[in-house]
Design a binder for this molecule. Structure first.
Ligand code: SER
Length: 305
Protein backbone atom coordinates (compact mmCIF):
# COMPACT_ATOMS: atom_id res chain seq x y z
CA UNK A 1 0.00 0.00 0.00
CA UNK A 2 1.17 3.47 -0.90
CA UNK A 3 -0.02 6.23 1.44
CA UNK A 4 -0.67 4.01 4.45
CA UNK A 5 -0.32 6.88 6.97
CA UNK A 6 -3.33 8.77 5.62
CA UNK A 7 -6.88 8.84 6.97
CA UNK A 8 -8.07 5.86 4.92
CA UNK A 9 -4.67 4.16 4.61
CA UNK A 10 -4.34 3.86 8.40
CA UNK A 11 -7.55 1.86 8.67
CA UNK A 12 -7.35 -0.01 5.38
CA UNK A 13 -3.85 -1.26 6.13
CA UNK A 14 -5.11 -2.77 9.42
CA UNK A 15 -7.87 -4.55 7.53
CA UNK A 16 -5.52 -5.84 4.84
CA UNK A 17 -3.19 -7.19 7.51
CA UNK A 18 -6.18 -8.92 9.17
CA UNK A 19 -7.25 -10.36 5.85
CA UNK A 20 -3.96 -11.40 4.26
CA UNK A 21 -1.67 -11.80 7.26
CA UNK A 22 1.03 -9.49 8.56
CA UNK A 23 3.73 -11.14 6.44
CA UNK A 24 1.77 -10.43 3.24
CA UNK A 25 1.24 -6.67 3.46
CA UNK A 26 3.83 -3.96 2.83
CA UNK A 27 2.72 -0.53 4.07
CA UNK A 28 4.46 2.59 2.86
CA UNK A 29 4.31 6.35 3.03
CA UNK A 30 6.58 9.28 2.42
CA UNK A 31 7.13 9.61 6.21
CA UNK A 32 7.36 7.26 9.18
CA UNK A 33 3.89 6.64 10.68
CA UNK A 34 3.03 8.78 13.73
CA UNK A 35 1.42 5.81 15.44
CA UNK A 36 3.77 2.85 15.69
CA UNK A 37 2.39 -0.48 14.55
CA UNK A 38 3.91 -3.84 13.85
CA UNK A 39 3.14 -3.88 10.10
CA UNK A 40 6.00 -4.09 7.68
CA UNK A 41 6.70 -0.49 6.62
CA UNK A 42 8.85 1.17 3.95
CA UNK A 43 9.42 4.85 3.29
CA UNK A 44 8.32 5.41 -0.32
CA UNK A 45 7.86 8.65 -2.22
CA UNK A 46 5.37 7.89 -5.00
CA UNK A 47 7.52 9.96 -7.35
CA UNK A 48 10.39 7.51 -6.82
CA UNK A 49 9.50 4.96 -9.48
CA UNK A 50 12.69 2.96 -9.01
CA UNK A 51 12.00 2.42 -5.33
CA UNK A 52 8.40 1.33 -6.01
CA UNK A 53 9.70 -1.07 -8.64
CA UNK A 54 12.32 -2.49 -6.26
CA UNK A 55 9.71 -3.07 -3.56
CA UNK A 56 7.34 -4.77 -6.01
CA UNK A 57 10.11 -7.12 -7.10
CA UNK A 58 11.68 -7.61 -3.69
CA UNK A 59 8.41 -8.53 -1.99
CA UNK A 60 6.74 -10.19 -4.99
CA UNK A 61 3.82 -7.76 -4.67
CA UNK A 62 0.58 -8.92 -6.36
CA UNK A 63 -1.85 -6.09 -5.51
CA UNK A 64 -1.34 -2.35 -5.10
CA UNK A 65 -3.54 0.01 -3.09
CA UNK A 66 -2.44 3.44 -4.22
CA UNK A 67 -3.81 5.90 -1.65
CA UNK A 68 -1.11 8.60 -1.64
CA UNK A 69 -2.47 12.02 -2.65
CA UNK A 70 -2.83 15.64 -1.58
CA UNK A 71 -6.50 16.49 -0.96
CA UNK A 72 -8.80 19.29 -2.08
CA UNK A 73 -8.05 22.10 0.37
CA UNK A 74 -4.33 21.51 0.81
CA UNK A 75 -3.99 20.96 -2.92
CA UNK A 76 -5.08 24.53 -3.65
CA UNK A 77 -2.09 25.84 -1.71
CA UNK A 78 0.32 24.19 -4.13
CA UNK A 79 -1.45 23.13 -7.33
CA UNK A 80 1.73 22.19 -9.18
CA UNK A 81 3.00 19.89 -6.45
CA UNK A 82 -0.49 18.39 -6.05
CA UNK A 83 -0.68 17.62 -9.74
CA UNK A 84 2.78 16.06 -9.65
CA UNK A 85 2.14 13.82 -6.64
CA UNK A 86 -1.41 12.84 -7.59
CA UNK A 87 -0.81 12.35 -11.30
CA UNK A 88 2.79 11.22 -11.66
CA UNK A 89 2.35 8.99 -8.62
CA UNK A 90 -0.57 7.23 -10.29
CA UNK A 91 1.18 6.96 -13.66
CA UNK A 92 4.19 5.36 -11.95
CA UNK A 93 1.90 2.82 -10.29
CA UNK A 94 -0.07 2.00 -13.45
CA UNK A 95 3.06 1.61 -15.55
CA UNK A 96 4.82 -0.60 -12.98
CA UNK A 97 1.65 -2.63 -12.48
CA UNK A 98 1.66 -3.57 -16.15
CA UNK A 99 5.41 -4.13 -16.20
CA UNK A 100 5.37 -6.42 -13.15
CA UNK A 101 2.06 -8.11 -14.02
CA UNK A 102 0.30 -6.95 -10.85
CA UNK A 103 -3.06 -8.75 -10.39
CA UNK A 104 -5.11 -5.83 -9.08
CA UNK A 105 -4.72 -2.11 -8.46
CA UNK A 106 -6.97 0.09 -6.31
CA UNK A 107 -7.21 3.81 -7.02
CA UNK A 108 -9.34 6.04 -4.78
CA UNK A 109 -11.29 8.71 -6.59
CA UNK A 110 -13.51 11.27 -4.92
CA UNK A 111 -16.64 13.41 -4.93
CA UNK A 112 -14.16 16.17 -5.80
CA UNK A 113 -14.49 15.16 -9.47
CA UNK A 114 -17.94 16.76 -9.47
CA UNK A 115 -18.19 20.42 -10.38
CA UNK A 116 -20.67 23.23 -11.01
CA UNK A 117 -21.96 21.59 -14.21
CA UNK A 118 -22.67 18.24 -12.48
CA UNK A 119 -26.30 17.52 -11.43
CA UNK A 120 -26.40 18.39 -7.70
CA UNK A 121 -28.80 15.72 -6.55
CA UNK A 122 -28.74 12.01 -7.33
CA UNK A 123 -25.57 12.66 -9.30
CA UNK A 124 -25.43 9.92 -11.93
CA UNK A 125 -22.41 7.68 -12.58
CA UNK A 126 -21.76 9.44 -15.86
CA UNK A 127 -22.43 13.18 -16.13
CA UNK A 128 -20.62 16.42 -16.85
CA UNK A 129 -17.55 16.56 -14.61
CA UNK A 130 -15.66 19.85 -14.57
CA UNK A 131 -14.03 19.98 -11.15
CA UNK A 132 -12.77 23.31 -9.82
CA UNK A 133 -9.90 22.07 -7.61
CA UNK A 134 -6.59 20.67 -8.79
CA UNK A 135 -7.29 17.64 -6.60
CA UNK A 136 -10.59 17.06 -8.44
CA UNK A 137 -8.90 17.51 -11.81
CA UNK A 138 -6.21 14.99 -10.84
CA UNK A 139 -8.86 12.49 -9.71
CA UNK A 140 -11.00 12.69 -12.86
CA UNK A 141 -7.88 12.49 -15.03
CA UNK A 142 -6.68 9.59 -12.83
CA UNK A 143 -9.95 7.73 -13.34
CA UNK A 144 -9.56 8.08 -17.08
CA UNK A 145 -5.97 6.84 -16.98
CA UNK A 146 -7.19 3.81 -15.02
CA UNK A 147 -9.84 3.06 -17.61
CA UNK A 148 -7.25 3.56 -20.38
CA UNK A 149 -4.82 1.09 -18.77
CA UNK A 150 -7.63 -1.39 -18.37
CA UNK A 151 -8.69 -1.09 -22.01
CA UNK A 152 -5.20 -0.97 -23.46
CA UNK A 153 -3.26 -3.38 -21.25
CA UNK A 154 -5.99 -5.40 -19.53
CA UNK A 155 -4.89 -4.09 -16.12
CA UNK A 156 -7.42 -4.98 -13.43
CA UNK A 157 -7.73 -1.56 -11.85
CA UNK A 158 -10.70 -0.69 -9.68
CA UNK A 159 -11.82 2.60 -8.18
CA UNK A 160 -14.37 4.23 -5.88
CA UNK A 161 -15.41 7.88 -5.72
CA UNK A 162 -15.27 8.20 -1.95
CA UNK A 163 -17.61 10.70 -0.33
CA UNK A 164 -16.16 12.52 2.71
CA UNK A 165 -14.94 9.75 5.00
CA UNK A 166 -15.64 9.92 8.75
CA UNK A 167 -13.89 7.68 11.23
CA UNK A 168 -12.62 7.67 14.80
CA UNK A 169 -9.43 5.72 14.03
CA UNK A 170 -7.54 8.45 12.13
CA UNK A 171 -7.63 12.16 11.35
CA UNK A 172 -8.08 13.50 7.84
CA UNK A 173 -5.68 16.15 6.57
CA UNK A 174 -6.15 18.87 3.99
CA UNK A 175 -9.68 18.01 2.87
CA UNK A 176 -12.91 20.01 2.65
CA UNK A 177 -14.98 17.30 4.36
CA UNK A 178 -12.57 17.18 7.34
CA UNK A 179 -15.01 19.25 9.42
CA UNK A 180 -17.24 16.20 9.83
CA UNK A 181 -14.47 14.41 11.74
CA UNK A 182 -13.15 17.48 13.62
CA UNK A 183 -16.64 18.21 14.95
CA UNK A 184 -16.70 14.96 16.95
CA UNK A 185 -13.31 15.61 18.53
CA UNK A 186 -14.37 19.17 19.40
CA UNK A 187 -17.67 17.97 20.89
CA UNK A 188 -15.82 15.64 23.23
CA UNK A 189 -12.74 17.72 24.07
CA UNK A 190 -13.90 21.36 24.21
CA UNK A 191 -17.68 21.26 23.81
CA UNK A 192 -17.49 23.88 21.06
CA UNK A 193 -16.76 23.77 17.32
CA UNK A 194 -15.90 26.56 14.87
CA UNK A 195 -17.11 25.13 11.59
CA UNK A 196 -15.33 26.23 8.41
CA UNK A 197 -18.40 25.47 6.26
CA UNK A 198 -21.78 27.23 6.32
CA UNK A 199 -24.60 25.52 8.19
CA UNK A 200 -26.64 24.42 5.17
CA UNK A 201 -23.87 23.04 2.96
CA UNK A 202 -25.00 19.51 2.15
CA UNK A 203 -22.30 17.01 1.16
CA UNK A 204 -22.13 13.26 0.56
CA UNK A 205 -20.31 11.43 3.36
CA UNK A 206 -19.63 7.87 4.44
CA UNK A 207 -18.67 6.17 7.70
CA UNK A 208 -15.19 4.62 7.71
CA UNK A 209 -16.51 1.09 8.32
CA UNK A 210 -18.65 1.35 5.19
CA UNK A 211 -15.85 2.93 3.15
CA UNK A 212 -13.41 0.15 4.05
CA UNK A 213 -15.97 -2.60 3.51
CA UNK A 214 -16.84 -1.11 0.10
CA UNK A 215 -13.17 -1.13 -0.86
CA UNK A 216 -12.65 -4.75 0.16
CA UNK A 217 -15.89 -5.88 -1.48
CA UNK A 218 -14.99 -4.13 -4.71
CA UNK A 219 -11.51 -5.66 -4.72
CA UNK A 220 -12.95 -9.13 -3.97
CA UNK A 221 -15.64 -9.00 -6.67
CA UNK A 222 -15.23 -11.35 -9.62
CA UNK A 223 -13.61 -9.46 -12.55
CA UNK A 224 -16.58 -10.08 -14.85
CA UNK A 225 -18.81 -8.11 -12.45
CA UNK A 226 -16.66 -5.00 -12.72
CA UNK A 227 -18.02 -3.27 -15.80
CA UNK A 228 -17.04 0.23 -14.68
CA UNK A 229 -13.34 1.05 -14.81
CA UNK A 230 -13.64 4.67 -13.83
CA UNK A 231 -14.49 5.33 -10.16
CA UNK A 232 -17.80 3.97 -8.86
CA UNK A 233 -20.25 6.47 -7.39
CA UNK A 234 -20.81 5.42 -3.78
CA UNK A 235 -23.46 6.55 -1.31
CA UNK A 236 -23.05 6.57 2.42
CA UNK A 237 -25.20 9.41 3.73
CA UNK A 238 -25.69 13.10 3.08
CA UNK A 239 -25.94 15.88 5.64
CA UNK A 240 -25.25 19.54 6.39
CA UNK A 241 -23.05 20.91 9.21
CA UNK A 242 -26.24 21.90 11.03
CA UNK A 243 -27.70 18.40 10.78
CA UNK A 244 -24.59 16.69 12.10
CA UNK A 245 -24.31 19.32 14.84
CA UNK A 246 -27.91 18.67 15.95
CA UNK A 247 -27.35 14.94 15.86
CA UNK A 248 -24.29 15.27 18.15
CA UNK A 249 -26.14 17.75 20.36
CA UNK A 250 -28.87 15.19 20.96
CA UNK A 251 -26.14 13.08 22.54
CA UNK A 252 -24.08 15.93 24.11
CA UNK A 253 -26.69 18.63 24.95
CA UNK A 254 -24.19 21.34 25.99
CA UNK A 255 -22.34 21.19 22.65
CA UNK A 256 -22.19 24.56 20.79
CA UNK A 257 -21.18 25.57 17.28
CA UNK A 258 -20.32 28.69 15.28
CA UNK A 259 -20.16 28.83 11.52
CA UNK A 260 -17.18 30.68 10.05
CA UNK A 261 -16.95 29.65 6.40
CA UNK A 262 -13.51 30.07 4.83
CA UNK A 263 -12.08 29.30 1.38
CA UNK A 264 -13.27 25.71 1.68
CA UNK A 265 -16.90 26.85 1.46
CA UNK A 266 -16.49 27.53 -2.25
CA UNK A 267 -14.98 24.10 -2.82
CA UNK A 268 -17.85 22.43 -0.95
CA UNK A 269 -20.42 24.39 -2.95
CA UNK A 270 -18.90 23.16 -6.20
CA UNK A 271 -19.57 19.52 -5.23
CA UNK A 272 -22.90 17.71 -5.27
CA UNK A 273 -25.33 16.93 -2.47
CA UNK A 274 -26.60 13.42 -3.08
CA UNK A 275 -25.39 10.59 -5.31
CA UNK A 276 -26.90 7.78 -7.35
CA UNK A 277 -24.80 4.67 -6.76
CA UNK A 278 -26.92 2.15 -8.64
CA UNK A 279 -23.88 1.03 -10.69
CA UNK A 280 -22.04 -0.09 -7.53
CA UNK A 281 -25.19 -1.74 -6.19
CA UNK A 282 -26.02 -3.55 -9.43
CA UNK A 283 -22.51 -4.59 -10.43
CA UNK A 284 -20.95 -5.75 -7.15
CA UNK A 285 -23.76 -5.60 -4.65
CA UNK A 286 -22.87 -2.47 -2.65
CA UNK A 287 -25.12 -1.79 0.35
CA UNK A 288 -24.64 0.97 2.91
CA UNK A 289 -24.85 0.20 6.61
CA UNK A 290 -24.48 3.47 8.52
CA UNK A 291 -26.80 6.49 8.47
CA UNK A 292 -26.10 9.74 10.34
CA UNK A 293 -27.63 8.61 13.60
CA UNK A 294 -25.89 5.21 13.76
CA UNK A 295 -22.61 6.87 12.83
CA UNK A 296 -22.92 9.49 15.60
CA UNK A 297 -23.62 6.76 18.15
CA UNK A 298 -20.60 4.75 17.09
CA UNK A 299 -18.21 7.72 16.69
CA UNK A 300 -18.97 9.07 20.16
CA UNK A 301 -18.82 5.64 21.76
CA UNK A 302 -15.42 4.91 20.18
CA UNK A 303 -13.91 8.34 20.81
CA UNK A 304 -14.96 8.37 24.45
CA UNK A 305 -13.14 5.07 25.09
N1 SER B 1 -12.44 14.23 1.54
C1 SER B 1 -11.91 14.81 0.35
C2 SER B 1 -11.66 16.24 0.50
O1 SER B 1 -12.39 16.87 1.22
C3 SER B 1 -12.81 14.57 -0.80
O2 SER B 1 -12.41 13.42 -1.42
O3 SER B 1 -10.78 16.75 -0.13
Amino acid sequence: MLGSNGQIGTVLSEKLVEKFGIENVVCSDVREPKIKHSHYFEIIDVLDKTKISDIIQGFKITQIYHLAALLSAKGEQNPELTWKINMQGLLNVLDLAVQHKINKVFFPSSIAIYGPTTPKSHTPQYASFQPTTIYGISKIAGEMWCEYYHNKFGLDVRSIRYPGVIGWQSLPEGGTTDYAVEIFHAAIHTGHYNCFLAENTRLPMIYMDDAIRATLELMDAAPEKIKTRVGYNLVGMSFTPKEIYLSIKERIPEFTIEYKPDFRQKIAESWTETIDDSCARDEWGWKVNYNLSRMCDDMLRQLKK
